[in-house]
Design a protein around this ligand. Sequence first.
Ligand code: NAD
Length: 439
Amino acid sequence: MGDEGKLEHGDQAQEALGAVRHVEEATDAMTPFEAATYFFHRSADRLNMRDEVRAVLATSYRELAVQIPVKYEDGSIHVHRGYRVQHNGARGPYKGGIRYADSVDMDEVRALAALMTWKNGLIDVPYGGAKGGVHCDPTTMSHLEKERLTRRFTAMISYIIGVNRDIPAPDMGTDAQTMAWMMDEYGRKNGYTPGIVTGKPVELGGSPGREEATGRGVVICTKEAAKRKDMPFRDAAVAIQGFGNVGYWTAALAQEQGAKVVAVSDIRGGIYNADGLDVDTVLKHSRDAGSVQGYHDADDVSNQDVLELPCDILVPAAIHGVIRSDNASKIQARMIVEAANGPTTPTADEILVDRGITVVPDILANAGGVTVSYFEWVQNIQQFRWELEQVNFELKKRMTRATQQVFERAEANRTTLRDAAFDIGVGRVASAAEVRGYV
Ligand code: NAD
C-alpha cells in the first residue's frame, strides 16, 4: 500500500476518535479539544511532521466512557458519566489527573489528555498522556457520595489502568482522599498497589511535597521567567484566579518568596487589596465563610475583574477558556502564567502576543504536579521514601531546566513561549513514536 493508503487510514482513525482537522483560523467558540489540537497542528507544521505521525498524535490512543450509578444519601440514584482517555503512550505509561466537575465531557477530557502528553514530553518524565473525569458537582455531594462515586468509577476503569499502564492523579474537584479511595478500590481486586495512583495521602505512600508541587512549580517557573524578562519578582503584584490546590499554593509560596499577592478568587468571586493580602488569613476566612469573598481586609471583586486588575503577574489557576478575545485587550499584567490547563483561547493568545504580554504556557507552568507525581511513583516502585528536601531539589532542577529550554528555543526560533514549549514536547513524543516503530 502506498502513501495514499496510509493517509486514508489515518483520516479514518482521526474521524473515529473525533479529531479535528487543521483549523486555519482560531475562534473563541473552539472547544477545549479543538483549541489543544490547533496548537498541536501549528507545532506539527513547524516540525515538518510526516502525515502518518500527525494522524496518530492528533487523536487519542484509547477512549473509555462509562456510566456510574451512585446511590445518594437521600436514597435517590444519580447516573453519572465518567471518562478515561489515553492519548499517547510512546514515552511511557499513561499519566494524568481525574477531574470531578460539571464541565466534564469527552471533549474536555480528550483535550486535557493531549496536553498531558505534550507536558510529560516537555518536562521529560517517562510517561505518556492521559486524563479522566466524571461529570458531577462535587461541591454539592457528601463525603459518602463522593466515596461511592470514586469506588464505582475506579472499578469501571480498572481494566485499562495499572502501575505500568496508566496512573491517575488528582485534578480539579479531586484530592488526596479521592486517590486513597481509588488505591483502596483497585487493591481489592489486585492486591496492595500504591503505585496505581499518585497524589495519595503521605501515610498511604504519597510523596512529601506532592500536595503543593503544582503551585511550587508555578512559582519556580514564574521566577525564572521574570528573571529572563528583567522583571523583579520581589514585590511584584500577583493576581490569581482560583484558590484551590494550585491557586492557594501558588499564592502562599509566591508570598513566602517575596511577591505581593494582590488578588485571589474562587468560583463565587474574588478579593483585591493593592497593598497585598495575607494568604493564610484569607485561607482561614475562606474555610470559615465558604468563599474568599467577604474578607475583612480587601474589596470584593468579580471573577472577571480579577483578570483585569492592575498587577504585574496574572495567574489563572481555575478553569479553561477564561482569557478570551473580549477581555484579552483589558489585561493589565505584563506576564500571564497559566497554572490552569487551557485558560487562554487561541484567539486571545494572538491578542496577547500582539500586545507584547509574556504568556508562560500551561504545559510548562503547571508541570510541577506531574513531576512530583513521577517522584511518588518512583518511590512506590522502589519502596523507598524520599525526604522533602530531595523532592523540592529535584522539582526545582527540572522546572528550571524546562523553563530555560523553552526560553532558549523561543529565542532561537523567534516564536512564542507556547510555540516553543509545544515544539519541544510534541517533537520528543513524535520521535519516540517513530523510533519505537509505532508509526
Ligand atoms: P481545585 O478543585 O483544588 O480548585 C479549583 C479552584 O477554582 C477553586 O478555588 C474553585 O472555586 C475555582 N473555580 C472553579 N470553577 C470556577 C469558575 N467557573 N470560575 C472561577 N473559579 C472557579 O483544582 P486545582 O487542582 O487547583 O486545579 C486548578 C487548575 O489547575 C485546573 O485547570 C487543573 O487542571 C490545573 N492543574 C492542577 C494540577 C494539580 O496538581 N492539582 C496540576 C496541573 C494543572
